[in-house]
Design a protein around this ligand. Structure first.
Ligand code: SF4
Length: 181
């Protein structure tokens, strides 16, 4: 067992105390840096960072970040929900550690769409008919999953299909799951 225990802290959002939901930080009793690439592989991490080691993903509908010495869970309904997810995560961490000889460690996050690959198919007139200030911003919004090619009213069908085909190469549900709590 690599993770034997933790100390949990529950708090409201400092930037918006009126918002519903709570956040949770669990300080870990053991350093779990070594298990993180195995945990990322087991749970389908959205992003893996090497220095300092950390993995982010979404589970139980919540954005979760696991670092060597702490776990952060956002947008929780209650402390009871935090307890449930922390218990589950402790089991997952220990199982990933025990099974590490059978898991291919993952040191990368899910592939992300490239802004320039989207921008090159846009008209680049900056006409703002999409309610975005520039085509560049529009391209950013596409790569974030907040707009689609057909939100540009002057884009021709062929270019729109090219953007759609490009964006279709990515596992967008996995990618966007972290961006959309
Ligand atoms: S409507 Fe299309 S061409 Fe005009 S700014 Fe938006 S993305 Fe660019």
């Amino acid at each position: 067992m690599i993770l034997k225990g933790y100390t949990k802290k529950i708090f409201n959002s400092e930037c918006n105390p009126a918002c519903e939901g709570v956040h949770c930080i669990a300080k870990l009793d053991q350093d779990i840096a070594e298990v993180l690439p195995y945990l990322s592989a087991a749970l389908g991490g959205y992003e893996y960072l090497n220095n300092p080691p950390a993995v982010t993903f979404k589970a139980h509908g919540k954005p979760i970040a696991v670092q060597a010495s702490q776990i952060a869970i956002n947008a929780l309904r209650s402390e009871a929900e935090a307890d449930k997810i922390l218990s589950w995560l402790q089991r997952e961490i220990n199982e990933a550690w025990e099974n590490r000889s059978r898991i291919e460690p993952c040191y990368e996050g899910a592939p992300k769409p490239n802004l320039i690959e989207v921008l090159k198919h846009l008209p680049k007139t900056n006409c703002q008919k999409c309610n975005q200030p520039t085509c560049m911003v529009f391209a950013v919004r596409i790569t974030e999953g907040n707009l689609a090619a057909d939100d540009c009213p002057i884009l021709d069908k062929e270019q729109g299909n090219r953007i759609g085909e490009y964006m279709g190469r990515f596992d967008m549900e996995k990618y966007y799951s972290w961006l959309r709590p």
